[in-house]
Design a protein around this ligand. Structure first.
Ligand code: RBF
Ligand code: MG
Length: 157
């Protein structure tokens, strides 16, 4: 189906590290930055771009949440220090979760990363990404992906 990853879902698990603090403050889309060194093999199969899937926090293992991800260098901003893996969980959390372990089942690719002419243009596009992810993840095949063993397996660190 359109948007689905060619070789099936990708599975990412890593601790959340601190980012630039910009996602939340400047864009209104907080992102959990995943520690890239934990992800090397999985990332090799994921070109830079925007993806969607399910995210589970170790502290709430029974609550998969819809998410969008950006993998890349954030070319809209000048301070790109190499690639990051940033997950925006579509849920209103009360606080940041640095240090937490996060699992992400990446189901599909939306678009390549782009350089926008300004923050407003980027924010509008992220809103569209989030809306698309929210509705695609209600499709039966994506809902059933919540049962993927990777998401429900016991957590060992
Ligand atoms: N940054 C870009 O420069 N170009 C993009 O196309 C882009 N797409 C994004 C899509 C989503 C769904 C999210 C959550 C982030 C995206 N970002 C993009 C990254 C954004 O610039 C970053 O989250 C903030 O700068 C905080 O590091
Ligand atoms: Mg972030």
């Amino acid at each position: 189906m359109l948007f689905h990853l060619q070789g099936g879902p990708s599975r990412l698990q890593a601790p959340v590290v601190s980012g630039f603090g910009r996602g939340s403050a400047q864009l209104g889309f907080p992102t959990a930055n995943l520690c890239p060194s934990h992800l090397a093999p999985a990332l090799a199969a994921l070109p830079r771009g925007v993806y969607y899937g399910w995210a589970v926090l170790q502290s709430e293992p029974d609550a998969p949440r819809k998410c969008v991800l950006n993998i890349g260098a954030r070319p809209t901003f000048a301070d790109g220090e190499g690639d990051t893996v940033e997950v925006h969980v579509i849920h209103r959390y009360q606080s940041a979760f640095y240090g937490a372990q996060l699992r992400v089942l990446v189901l599909g690719f939306f678009r390549p990363e782009m350089r926008f002419s300004g923050v407003q243009e980027l924010v509008s596009r992220i809103k569209a990404d989030v809306g698309l992810a929210a509705s695609l993840l209600d499709a039966p095949s994506n809902v059933s992906a919540k049962e993927d063993a990777f998401l429900i397996d016991a957590w060992t660190e």
